[in-house]
Write a protein that binds this ligand. Structure first.
Ligand SMILES: C[S@@+](CC[C@H](N)C(=O)[O-])C[C@H]1O[C@@H](n2cnc3c(N)ncnc32)[C@H](O)[C@@H]1O
Length: 228
């Protein structure tokens, strides 16, 4: 199909999408908020007082939803901690600690660890998706790499009873990713929320309860890069 026609079809679908309209009404920056809302309502993931890490947070609709769930009744601050991370800049959201950086870099992992100050998290969310090259094997490898890193991060920073929710694509190394989840988590669930477009192969994996939590060590703790 010609590129112009594809763009027109996308625009038509976008304008008529009920979740896009709802997001505008509810003040969410993206329709993606409803994917997290649906999963959260079914799985009871987000609770007051939690420490939550939101990987790939820009433009911020998951962080907005999470913030609303942790907000106090009187509309003051939040009861809990939200840390968002993305390569791209994000317009600030009150009470959300935002870090700009690439999750694949050790220095960024150390920044996240510094903000956590030794606290283990209750919930790690990852809606990260790599820039696609159009080469299926390369794209699957990039997706798998991001999810491997999210699993490693969870082993080091999740509470033993915590949960990791990641976005996957059925046509991007999905079987291997499910296997890895089963190795690392006590329960694993596949979830396709209604807000996730039918024609997309997008699916979410929810892992609960770590089988092999490990202690966090920064690259510097390993003595890897000292130049003195
Ligand atoms: C689908 S968007 C996330 C939408 C977000 N959950 C929301 O509700 O607004 C995916 C995000 O993942 C980010 N991303 C992709 N690779 C990343 C990486 N290596 N490190 C950090 N962020 C990354 C992208 O920049 C993009 O903003």
């Amino acid at each position: 199909m010609a590129k112009n026609k594809l763009n027109k079809n996308w625009l038509h679908d976008h304008i008529n999408d009920p979740y896009v309209k709802q997001a505008q009404k509810d003040g969410f920056r993206a329709r993606a908020a409803y994917k997290l809302k649906e999963i959260d309502e079914a799985e009871k993931l987000i609770k007051q007082g939690q420490v939550i890490v939101d990987l790939g947070c820009t433009p911020g609709s998951w962080a907005q939803y999470t913030r609303r769930k942790l907000a106090g009744k009187e509309g003051g601050g939040i009861n809990g901690t939200i840390i968002g991370l993305d390569i791209l800049p994000m317009e600030p959201i009150a009470d959300v600690h935002y870090i700009q950086g690439d999750f694949r870099e050790d220095v960024v992992l150390d920044q996240l660890a510094a903000v956590l100050e030794g606290r283990r998290t209750d919930l790690v969310l990852s809606d990260m998706a790599p820039n696609l090259s159009g080469i299926p094997t390369a794209d699957a490898a990039r997706m798998e790499h991001l999810i491997d890193l999210a699993i490693e991060f969870s082993q080091m920073h999740l509470k033993p009873g915590g949960a990791l929710l990641v976005k996957c694509f059925k046509d991007m190394g999905f079987t291997q990713i499910v296997e890895k989840f089963r190795l690392e988590f006590k329960t694993v669930k596949q979830i396709k929320p209604k807000a996730s477009r039918d024609k997309s192969s997008e699916i979410f994996l929810l892992g609960r309860g770590l089988k092999n939590p490990v202690e966090y060590k920064s690259a510097q703790d390993d003595g890897a890069a000292l130049d003195i």
